[in-house]
Design a protein around this ligand. Structure first.
Ligand code: ATP
Ligand code: MG
Length: 429
């Protein structure tokens, strides 16, 4: 039977994501879009495009409630900050999904830590700090080396390491710069707080400010991976893994990703067990998930988990590697269709972020046509434009975009991406 499916998003989609929509429509279903109105989707895909300021969770729920359309399924691709809204909408229409509090617990890194602690998932020591004095005390309690990060951050905005006593000298400046950056982000894009009323509606115990509250955590030393797993009726299936390369501390902006993460069967089994434990602790029931793990000398520990598909190019790269379209799978999970997965990787992918080398204004940005129109070999996404101002942490956590290349071996994929990167010209003055 034809179903009405609502897709919620904070940004426009790639062709591979649109393919999921075409495939869903071929099954006879109708698609609707809810966005902040910042882009125009491809024509004739959605029956209707609802536009609202999605930072206002409660108002958005009211806005949708007053529409004549009702929905049988609701889902999202990657927009982390909108996962509680998706869960609330699912509840409003009686759809399959996660409980709103579960989505919130994934959004607030403090609540996430509490759930993981309760579920005996290996995590670092942590402490919630609501102002600068608490931050200093938190650092004294957790002890250096430690990491300070905003409770509701993403893309490592405002996250930094405090290595030793020396770093405490610059702590105030670092913290204030980060909060300033986060507040700007809260106004114009993707980091925002929930108000008291919205947190009550979700059933949050211990309100937090996503923008100004910080978490101090014990520093986990080791290499980092991410895992994308789909969860259906509480049962998880790993679809992809990614080896991450990040900036050297004190900042953690991601520099590169290698897919899949190459490891032994034994390590794979450990990762699977940890992911299952994490998903269970968070009570995620029906959605995609994206989890980050650091392999410390005491074993693997969880950095964080989101109830959504991994960001940047992960969706398209995983489709290329495994043949599974995670957007289509997320829709099928939201529809309650039983899914079975048999994942085999074809080849390798290396993605590199284009990070500004200096502070300034972008004067030139040149990407050869051959790179832009070769989706089998390259995926490229540029987020900034000529005239945009960029800066490095701690002032800003900007990146210009990213490019991902393929190969039959990890080495070949790396070489292809590096050669493509050399052809991109960026001048920042
Ligand atoms: N306790 C910790 N120990 C060591 N590194 C950490 C710790 N917490 C965070 N990091 C580093 O900072 C990065 C960003 O932290 P986290 O994932 O919690 O925030 P985020 O803003 O959602 O990040 P992103 O979107 O970049 O994954 C992590 O991927 C990791 O590299
Ligand atoms: Mg993260």
């Amino acid at each position: 039977m034809a179903k009405n499916i609502l897709i919620v998003t904070g940004s426009e989609y790639s062709d591979a994501v649109y393919q999921a929509f075409y495939d869903t429509k071929k099954l006879g279903h109708k698609l609707y879009l809810l966005s902040d109105g910042s882009f125009e989707p491809k024509p004739e895909v959605f029956e209707k495009h609802f536009r609202y300021d999605l930072r206002k969770t409660k108002e958005t729920l009211e806005y949708m409630k007053n529409k004549p359309e009702k929905f049988d399924a609701i889902t999202i691709k990657t927009s982390e900050w909108l996962t509680p809204l998706v869960a609330l909408l699912a509840k409003q229409y009686g759809c399959i999904g996660n409980e709103p509090i579960v989505a919130f617990n994934c959004r607030s890194k403090y609540h996430m830590r509490k759930c993981l602690e309760k579920g005996n998932v290996p995590i670092p020591k942590f402490k919630l700090c609501k102002n600068y004095e608490e931050l200093i005390n938190g650092i004294r309690e957790i002890k250096t080396p430690c990491v300070a990060k905003p409770v509701g951050g993403n893309a490592s905005y405002g996250t930094f390491m405090i290595k030793d006593e020396e770093d405490i000298k610059t702590l105030k400046e670092n913290y204030e710069n980060s909060i300033k950056f986060l507040k700007e982000k809260a106004i114009d894009s993707d980091v925002f707080a929930f108000n008291e009323e919205e947190m009550d509606l979700i059933g949050v115990d211990g309100h937090v400010d996503m923008v100004t509250d910080y978490l101090v955590e014990e520093f986990m030393d080791g290499h980092e991976i991410s895992v994308d797993a789909l969860v259906q009726n509480g049962e998880s299936h790993i679809l992809g893994t990614e080896d991450q390369v990040r900036m050297d501390p004190p900042y953690f902006v991601q520099l590169a990703a290698r897919l899949p993460y190459v490891c032994s069967d034994e390590e794979q089994a450990k990762i699977k067990k940890l992911i299952e434990l994490t998903i269970k602790a968070m009570k995620i029931k029906n959605s995609a998930t994206h989890t980050e793990i650091i392999f410390t000398s005491q074993g693997p520990k969880i950095v964080e988990i989101g109830c959504r598909i991994g960001g940047d190019n992960l969706h398209d790269d995983m489709l290329n590697l495994t043949g599974y379209n995670l957007m289509f799978e997320s829709i099928m999970i939201a529809l309650g269709k039983k899914r079975i997965y048999e994942v085999k990787n074809k080849g390798h992918k290396v993605l590199k972020y284009i990070i500004p080398k200096n502070k300034g204004t972008i004067k030139k940005l040149y990407i050869p046509d051959e790179l832009q129109h070769d989706p089998n070999n390259f995926n490229i996404e540029i987020l900034l434009d000529v005239g945009d101002k960029v800066a490095l942490p701690p002032e800003k956590f900007d990146y210009v975009g990213y490019i991902s290349g393929s190969g039959e071996t990890p080495e070949e994929a790396e070489k292809n991406t590096d050669e493509a990167l050399k052809k991109i010209e960026i001048i920042i003055e």
